[in-house]
Design a protein around this ligand. Structure first.
Ligand code: DX5
Ligand code: ZN
Length: 227
């Protein structure tokens, strides 16, 4: 983990939109990112399959930027600690899939990772209010998880705002992340609703100059940060 954590707004490109067989070159194209967002899918929790710890370990060894691992998998209680052990800066599991989310978050922190929890669009956030201190980041999905290139679901914004207001009320330092359909046309509303960390796949890797896309997203988000 870096000694000095990047300040908000943080832009985390998702390598789901990258060329998997040229990963080293793709990682070099996003050297100005705050974190590399790594989507792990198991074909059970979501109807899509990416890769597991062996690939993530290689990305970790290759990437100039720390890893933000997003686990879209069943039984994260069993599998998530392994991603912290291989050196990921943050490990985010889904609330819907975890058996003991507080235990798991504490285990991830013990292993040196930032602990993250993600919620799908239809999952309420109120159940997280009393356990905010156990997490370093909360990911509000702005699409149904599983695929890149989907449309941003603006109907998740009131939930994000309620979470941001509650975090602010409690003086929490938790980071609030959004993932799915984030682009130059949607990032402002997510920032206004309280997000400070933004995952973008196609809006970064789909551009000729990914670093310029990162800078543009960062500038728009910075102009609209809620707190
Ligand atoms: C979707 C993944 C996202 C995805 C985002 O389930 O969690 O990280 O890569 O892709 P875009 O930004 O293209 O919607
Ligand atoms: Zn993701």
């Amino acid at each position: 983990m870096p000694d000095q954590l990047p300040a908000a707004p943080r832009i985390n490109p998702s390598i789901l939109a990258a060329d998997f067989v040229n990963m080293q070159a793709e990682l070099d194209r996003i050297a100005t990112a705050d974190f590399v967002h790594v989507d792990v899918m198991d074909n059970h929790f979501v109807p899509n399959l990416t890769f597991g710890p062996q690939m993530v370990e290689r990305i970790q060894a290759t990437s100039p930027v720390p890893l933000d691992v997003h686990l879209m998998i069943d039984d994260p209680d069993r599998w998530a600690p392994g991603y912290a052990e291989l050196g990921a800066a943050s490990v985010t599991f889904h609330l819907e899939a975890a058996h003991e989310p507080v235990w798991l978050a504490r285990r991830l922190r013990e292993l040196g990772a930032r602990a993250g929890v993600a919620v799908k669009p239809a999952t309420p956030v109120e159940g997280l209010f009393d356990i905010l201190d156990d997490f370093d980041q909360i990911l509000v999905m702005t699409v149904e998880p599983g695929f890149g290139g989907q449309g941003f679901m603006a109907e998740t914004m009131p939930k994000l705002r309620r979470l941001a207001d509650e975090a602010h009320r409690r003086g929490s330092a938790v980071w609030l992340q959004v993932d799915g359909g984030i682009s130059e046309s949607t990032i402002a509303q997510a920032a206004q609703a309280g997000a400070d960390t933004f995952v973008a796949g196609s809006a970064v890797f789909g551009k000729d100059d990914p670093d310029a896309a990162i800078a543009a997203l960062r500038a728009i988000a910075g102009d609209h940060l809620h707190r």
